[in-house]
Ligand binder design. Sequence first.
Ligand code: SUD
Ligand code: ADP
Length: 314
Amino acid sequence: MTTVRSYSKINLGLHIGPPRPDGYHHLATIYQTIELHDLVTVTATVSGETSITLRCQHPGVPCDERNTAYKAVAMALDALETKAAVEIAIDKRLPVQGGIGAGSANAAAAILALEAELGRQLTANARLALAGGVGSDVPMFLIGGTMLGIERGEETFPLPDLPSFHIVTAFPEVGVSTPQAFRDWDATLTQNAENDRLIEFRRRVAMAFAGQPGVSGKAGDLAEEPLLALVRTGLENDFETVVFPQQPSLRALKSALEEGSLYSALSGSGSSLFGLYCTEEAAQAAQQRVRSLGCEARQTRTLPRSEYWATMFI
Ligand SMILES: C[C@@](CO)(OP(=O)(O)O)[C@H](O)COP(=O)(O)OP(=O)(O)OC[C@H]1O[C@@H](n2ccc(N)nc2=O)[C@H](O)[C@@H]1O
Ligand SMILES: Nc1ncnc2c1ncn2[C@@H]1O[C@H](COP(=O)(O)OP(=O)(O)O)[C@@H](O)[C@H]1O
């Protein structure tokens, strides 16, 4: 039996580009892993026939082949050319359709736990390719820390880790369907310049993380924190444009998170929102403000890559 902490993520800026011929959208985002997690437990025994069973206590999570962890395990067994009896148990602590990638993280955790159970590993290339086949934000959970995501989000590159910040996440009861949010974005747009925005965002990320002057247009900010550099030049999540008008209460939650924060935003396509804070006091105050609006709020922190891997297996 192998149990893995299936950590979640936030998006620090997200730009949506034009639709691709396969129906997905080009995008550019910074992913950041955070400490909040589900637990994924896998038991696997090599067998003459493959059987996969999955248990999860959350009513919104399918327990069949539609489950991301189920899919990932089935695909990994194929890639390993192995048949096995596999039991997966997901202890769901995070919201479903929350924009913090919990379902995607479950898939990555299941692959890693299956490998540990079988004592065999896919090549890094095969593992990343397989993860991208399960979902666009599954591969980032095989890297962890601060990352750039491009193409449809599945091409993920590690960035130098941001320092660990205090975070408050707001979990509204409403869920947001990711495909619907992309369709809504398409419906509101004249898209001529959209690819240019992705390219510009990628360049700003490169400059900010290289610590180069010119990000803010001012000389002398070589040592500036990458996050501050990005915030100063505008760090936006395009999904806010379509999700906030449909769910106006989310705007008030963002305002509640904003005070005293370095940055606050919707995560992914929502409905979760988050704020980043330099001090625990500022985070505590924000948590209280969100709770006073009747919304669940949790205090947590960003998880750098080394800690992500060091604390994953229980
Ligand atoms: C857009 C993000 C940002 O982090 O949203 P969240 O899920 O976190 O909210 C993710 O990349 C989502 O990743 P994931 O949840 O794995 O999405 P997938 O299963 O690959 O795709 C679900 C559906 O979303 C749409 N989709 C997804 C990614 C993309 N770049 N373009 C799209 O158009 C497609 O309609 C696709 O069928
Ligand atoms: N292991 C899983 N955990 C959560 N949701 C899952 C899982 N497998 C499949 N799903 C389905 O995926 C959808 C959203 O997944 P989730 O990762 O929670 O959202 P988001 O990508 O917005 O963070 C839900 O509609 C749910 O039915």
